[in-house]
Design a protein around this ligand. Structure first.
Ligand code: DLL
Length: 446
């Protein structure tokens, strides 16, 4: 049997899910069977899906192959808002055992629901996520994803219990206590947003604890974009291997896709979530390998089936075999969303480009923010980045030199001249969950 081998974890329990290794033909057959069922279920129980299919002259019987999925209409975030709170549920309330919600940027949250079967599927994909990261029974895992309406905490919690690991359900925040528990409980692995984990590394150092000296060996990070440079910093500063996990509330929460030991893209748990990549402008389905917007269809969700949900996340699907042996297609790490693009002086810029440019410069700390302001009717970008205390000595020259190098790096990556401000260590806001990178002050600075 295949087994994760990045770290020979010894004689422990190493669950291997057969679903990760299905031959392609068998997987496609399973997907089609599930797709037909889910479309039938959505059509029968969710007025929005039925009306949209009727309007196109489609019925569940129109789905004869996986390619027919492309004939179905998309679902978008606004559909969840417009049917707030329970309008897309396909199960009666008596079968729904859990609700989660995601805050979104404006107004009402979006609400998602789970039956008991959905919770079992969720636990199983999270088990597979942790197995892919080499975590198993016998490991002590600190779960610093927020517990509550956010799906991160409970999603990871159930997967960890399913795999038989010992969960420390600490949730986000309370950083000093997190550091104490990491050390005292001899924690082997941690789950968190990458930005919160950076904060934890920093706080540990202030408390005189170097995470590299602890038994911590793996981290499972997600819920926000993080660049490969950020991963390198995390792995070096904490002495761990850092795995990326991806998911979204509308589909299930974390557990849609996860990295394996090869760390070369995230395996999509395709037996439950069918991925397509589309051209965001035209909606046309793109072949594997081409970059576009990820669209997901839930293949087994009962309480709230989702047909062709437009995630806004930009990625590409990779069908080539993976070194780990899993047959599931991979998606490239999500570096950007189609809706977080900024246009400055006519140039398109994404926050992840700024992060990559900053972290390429020695002396720049991984704590930054991007502030958008408007002056004389023109949008301007200001980047604030923390640098080590040594730069705040009286050597103005060294500081100026570093500032110039950072501005130059941003110019190289984006083609943009931006104003860079060096900030003292700890002066920028820290996150306990998803980091807020972009501060848009354009309204205040006409
Ligand atoms: O963030 C679920 C989650 C929890 C995923 C814990 C991973 C770990 P939402 O709050 O609904 O759900 O936000 C979903 O976050 O559409 C992406 O834009 C972004 N996102 C999630 N994971 C990643 C990742 C959870 N690994 C939205 N890389 C998604 C980049 C990510 N972006």
């Amino acid at each position: 049997m295949l087994r994760e081998n990045w770290n020979d974890a010894g004689p422990g329990f190493h669950p291997v899910s057969a679903s990760d290794y299905l031959p392609a033909a068998q997987l496609r057959e399973l997907q089609l069977r599930r797709l037909k069922h889910i479309v039938g279920r959505a059509y029968a129980h969710v007025p929005l899906f039925r009306e949209r299919m009727d309007a196109r002259g489609l019925t569940p019987a129109s789905i004869e192959s996986l390619a027919d999925l492309g004939r179905l209409p998309f679902t978008v975030k606004a559909d969840l808002r417009d049917t707030y709170p329970f309008g897309l549920f396909a199960s009666p309330m008596s079968e729904i055992v859990r609700l989660h919600a995601s805050s979104g940027t404006t107004g009402k949250p979006i609400v998602v629901a789970y039956t008991q079967e959905d919770i079992q599927v969720w636990s199983s994909v999270m088990l597979r996520t942790f197995a892919a990261a080499g975590i198993s029974r016998g490991d002590i895992v600190q779960n610093a994803f927020g517990y509550g309406l956010f799906t991160g905490g409970l999603g990871a919690h159930y997967g960890l219990e399913a795999i038989g690991a010992t969960v420390v359900p600490v949730s986000g925040g309370n950083t000093d206590r997190q550091v104490m528990l990491l050390r005292d409980f001899k924690v082997n692995a941690i789950c968190a947003t990458p930005s919160y984990f950076l904060h934890l590394i920093e706080r540990a150092a202030e408390l005189g604890i170097d995470l590299r000296d602890l038994p911590l060996r793996a981290g499972v990070f997600g819920a926000e974009p993080w660049t490969p440079a950020m991963r390198q910093r995390i792995e070096a500063d904490a002495g761990i291997k850092a795995f990326d996990i991806y998911g979204l509330s509308e589909i299930i929460g974390p557990g849609v896709a996860a990295e394996c030991s090869a760390q070369d893209g995230l395996h999509v748990f395709e037996d439950h979530f069918y991925p397509e990549v589309i051209d965001p402008e035209t909606g046309a389905v793109l072949p594997d390998g081409q970059e576009g917007e990820l669209v997901l269809t839930t293949l087994s969700k009962r309480a709230m089936p989702m047909i062709r949900y437009r995630t806004r996340d930009i990625t590409r699907l990779v069908a080539e075999p993976c070194a780990c042996g899993r047959t599931l297609r991979r998606m490239e790490r999500v570096g950007r969303r189609s809706d977080d693009m900024m246009i400055i002086h006519g140039i398109n810029v994404f926050p992840s480009q700024i992060e990559a440019a900053l972290l390429a410069v020695e002396g720049a700390l991984p704590h930054y923010r991007i502030v958008l302001r408007r002056a004389h009717g023109l949008d301007q970008m200001h980047v604030e980045i923390e640098v080590g205390p040594e730069f705040f000595s009286d050597r103005i020259g060294a500081m100026e030199e570093l500032r110039r190098r950072i501005a130059h790096s941003i110019l190289n990556v984006t083609g943009l001249h931006v104003t860079v401000r060096l900030a003292e260590p700890h002066s920028l806001p820290r996150s306990e969950g998803k980091a807020k990178r972009v501060w848009d002050e354009r309204q205040d600075s006409q």
